[in-house]
Ligand binder design. Structure first.
Ligand SMILES: [Mn+2]
Length: 224
C-alpha cells in the first residue's frame, strides 16, 4: 500500500503531455492519492473549461485510487461544484491520516505560509477570476516560474516562504502530526517543527511525497 501526495499542479486549459505522463504513471503505481490543493487554476479558467480540458484523462485513474482532494486558494471551493467527485472520492479543507509510525495532517497552507491569504485578498481575487488582467498575471507567473526553476532548480525561491514559527505550528495541530502543506512552491522539510512543504508538480519539476504502509515518507524532487 502506498500513498502519493502532490500539490500545486495549477492545471489550466493547456494540456502538457509530459506532465500528464509523469503524473499518471505515479498515480498508477499508488493505492491512494492525496491532492494537496491548487490542483487547477481557478483564477484563470472556469471550472467548466477545466473539466472539459485534456486533464480529465486523469480523472478515471484518480477515482480508482481513493483520492482525497484538499482545496487550495487557486481552486477555492467557491470556484467548483459537486463535479469534483469526477476526480476525487473526498473533498475537504484538511485531512488527517494515521499510520502506526506517523500521523499526518494535510493542508494546502494558504493561511499559514507565504503568500498569506487573508479573507479580503481572497474576495478580491475571486472577483477578478477569469478577467483578462488575472489571466495575463497567471500566465506571466507561470512563464517566470518555468524559467526560474529550469535555471535554478526546484528550491529557487527564498527560504522565508516556508517560515513557520513554533507557536503557529503548534496552534495548527499537535506537533506529533507531520504537517504537510504545499502553496509556496518551495519544497522543504523542517524536522524540528514537524513540517513539510511538498513544493509543486509543474514547470518541469515533479515534487511529491510517497508514504508506505508503515507511515514512513519519502520526499522526491525530480525533473520531468
Ligand atoms: Mn496556493
Amino acid at each position: 500500500m502506498s500513498t502519493l501526495v502532490f500539490s500545486d499542479t495549477h492545471f489550466t486549459k493547456n494540456f502538457h503531455q509530459r506532465q500528464f505522463e509523469t503524473l499518471s504513471k505515479l498515480i498508477s503505481e499508488s493505492d491512494k492519492v492525496i491532492i494537496n490543493g491548487d490542483f487547477w487554476e481557478g483564477l484563470s479558467v472556469s471550472f467548466d473549461d477545466f473539466m472539459k480540458s485534456g486533464w480529465n484523462k486523469l480523472f478515471p485513474l484518480l477515482k480508482q485510487k481513493d483520492t482525497v482532494y484538499v482545496y487550495g486558494n487557486h481552486d477555492d471551493k467557491t470556484h467548483s461544484d459537486t463535479r469534483v467527485y469526477e476526480f476525487c472520492n473526498k473533498a475537504v479543507d484538511e485531512y488527517y491520516l494515521d499510520f502506526p509510525k506517523q500521523k499526518y495532517l494535510f493542508k494546502h497552507g494558504q493561511d499559514i505560509l507565504f503568500p498569506k491569504y487573508s479573507r479580503n485578498r481572497h474576495q478580491k481575487n475571486i472577483k477578478r477570476a477569469g478577467s483578462l488582467w488575472m489571466k495575463t498575471n497567471i500566465s506571466v507567473a507561470s512563464f517566470i516560474q518555468t524559467v526560474v526553476f529550469t535555471l535554478l532548480g526546484a528550491r529557487a525561491l527564498p527560504s522565508f516562504f516556508n517560515y513557520i514559527s513554533k507557536d503557529l505550528r503548534n496552534k495548527i495541530s499537535s506537533p506529533q502530526y507531520l504537517l504537510v502543506c504545499g502553496h509556496t512552491h518551495r519544497p522543504y522539510l523542517n524536522k524540528r517543527n514537524n513540517f513539510v512543504d511538498i513544493g509543486f508538480f509543474n514547470y518541469g519539476w515533479a515534487n511529491y511525497l510517497t508514504i508506505d504502509d508503515s507511515g514512513e515518507f519519502k520526499m522526491i524532487s525530480e525533473r520531468y
